[in-house]
Design a protein. Structure first.
Length: 120
């Protein structure tokens, strides 16, 4: 597939959540809102996943589907960027990434389209 190192590893939701927790610790991200706890790693993963699946920004996704995360949108946005960077550096893809790469390859990469059409 276009732009993907063939030696990539696939990570699942739990792996992604663990990376999110690592990023949260590394960036020392905590709640800045008195009386409000920062979202759990599973909630952050859900926000990022829904954002990718619906092709929405983190801000749009939080406002439409996770209004309890509005106070933390800047931190979650930062975590999304850090997660993407971490996965790229570590040659990791989760299932959403695989679907995005496949979609983009089918849409944009003519040689890939030709190869696929010959095998189907």
């Amino acid at each position: 597939m276009s732009g993907v190192d063939p030696r990539f590893s696939i990570i699942d939701t739990k792996d992604t959540e663990d990376i999110i927790e690592l990023i949260k610790t590394e960036f020392n991200i905590k709640s800045s809102v008195p009386g409000k706890q920062f979202p759990r790693k599973s909630n952050i993963q859900n926000i990022i996943s829904k954002s990718k699946n619906l092709e929405l920004s983190i801000k749009e996704t939080i406002r439409k589907y996770f209004d309890d995360g509005v106070d933390f949108e800047p931190q979650i946005n930062l975590m999304d960027k850090a997660l993407t960077s971490y996965k790229m550096r570590s040659n990791l893809l989760n299932y959403e990434d695989l679907m995005i790469v496949l979609r983009n390859s089918l849409r944009d990469f003519i040689p890939f389209k030709k190869i696929l059409s010959k095998t189907v």
